[in-house]
Design a protein around this ligand. Structure first.
Ligand code: ZN
Length: 227
């Protein structure tokens, strides 16, 4: 039944047509778009299977064309179907060129437009309603504070921002529970690891919480810092 609730929430969200919510980041935050206007008649791209798994359909766009970003779609697909990811919380993420939800890689200026009113400052990424917008520069080179490799940074970015699409929020402060521990994937690792180890995958407790399917999908802009 929670699935039904999620579905209705998603529908309401789409009908409200506001369609935008950052990756949970606050306005002054690191990750976080005015979603492009969408017709109020768009069809929700979420369905609930009989086994309680919530199916979420999304499409991928790469709006840059340099060599460093060529593998974007492959990484997104692989990450979202990896058993270490949100699959473990009962989500089935299915690529569908006709889907409402969009995972897009773009240059900073375009990400800023997609993310407004979140302030991504040409540096951060976001989830804003049906849109997950990722900053191409971050995709290319990660960040100075990231201590893991580039591949894991990209996986983290996908899981973090799509995590917001699935209704997950940043953890309460301190986002790093203890130095030396893996960071929660919903912690703002792009900004600071705070002594935590870089971690691209949801922690067991993050999976358990997400598995309740009790948050609406594709949340619009949220004013609060951690939502
Ligand atoms: Zn975030």
């Amino acid at each position: 039944m929670t699935g039904v609730r999620v579905r209705l929430a998603a529908l309401a969200s789409v009908l409200a047509t506001v369609a935008v919510g950052c990756g949970g980041a606050a306005p002054a935050d690191r990750d976080v778009a005015r979603a492009p206007a969408r017709p109020a008649t768009t069809i929700p791209t979420t369905t609930t299977a009989v086994d309680g798994v919530v199916e979420v359909r999304y499409r991928i766009e790469r709006r840059v064309d340099d060599a460093a970003t060529v593998g974007f779609a492959d990484v997104v697909r692989a990450t979202l179907t990896d058993p270490r990811g949100w699959v473990g919380a009962g989500f089935r993420l299915v690529e569908d060129p006709a889907a409402e939800y969009l995972v897009v890689l773009a240059e900073g200026g375009e990400v800023d437009e997609l993310c407004f009113p979140y302030r991504t400052g040409a540096r951060f990424s976001c989830q804003n309603g049906p849109v997950v917008a990722m900053n191409a520069d971050r995709w290319r080179v990660a960040t100075e504070t990231w201590t893991g490799d580039r591949a894991s940074y990209r996986q983290m970015l996908v899981n973090h921002e799509v995590g917001h699409l699935l209704g997950r929020h940043h953890p309460p402060e301190p986002q790093c529970p203890a130095p030396g521990r893996p960071a929660p994937v919903m912690a703002q690792q792009s900004t600071d690891l705070d002594g935590c180890l870089p971690n691209p995958w949801p922690l067991p407790e993050e999976l358990s919480a997400a598995a309740r399917h009790d948050e609406p999908l594709a949340p619009p802009y949220e004013k609060s810092t951690s939502g």
